[in-house]
Every structure is written in C-alpha cells, then in structure tokens.
Ligand binder design. Structure first.
Ligand code: ZN
Length: 89
C-alpha cells in the first residue's frame, strides 16, 4: 500500500465503536497482509471456489484470494513505487 488509508480507517473504526464497545476497543483489518511478491502490505479479498472436481468438492471448497492492485479507499496504486534516481549532477 502506498497510502495510510487502512490505518486512518482503523482509527475511525475504533472511534466509531468506542461508545458501544468501550475504551479498550481494538479494530483490525482482516484483509491486510504481506504480499509475498512485492514484500509490501496488500489488501486481499477472500474467495471460496466449489465444484465437483477433486480439491474443490468438500463443504469448505478451495480458498483463494484476490489482491487489490489499487487502494479501494483512495484509488492509489498498491504497486511498489519506483525508486527515484538521485538528483543529478
Ligand atoms: Zn488509500
């Protein structure tokens, strides 16, 4: 992620639930994890795939996920930002 949206929203969630859940309320974004391809943090959306084929036919099906390429809150690209070259001489 190249923005602070998840942390900003986490803080807002704590404030939102504090009256109902108390001052020790905590909020955690379940879709946030380390992207093993980029090494950065990414938001992912879980999916369950079911069919009669082997590996997909149990009641649990097969779990997979989609990684968001852009922040769903502000639209900024989630890809690693290119390293800027040093100011030239
Ligand atoms: Zn964002």
């Amino acid at each position: 992620m190249n923005c602070d949206c998840v942390e900003d929203i986490r803080t807002k969630m704590v404030d939102h639930f504090k009256p109902e859940a108390g001052n020790d309320v905590q909020a955690e974004c379940g879709g946030l994890g380390i992207n093993l391809r980029t090494g950065g943090m990414s938001l992912s959306i879980p999916w369950t795939i079911r069919s009669s084929a082997r590996g997909f036919s149990s009641a649990k099906g097969k779990s997979t996920y989609m990684v968001a390429s852009f922040c769903p809150f502000c639209g900024k690209s989630a890809a690693a930002e290119p390293v800027k070259p040093a100011e030239g001489k």
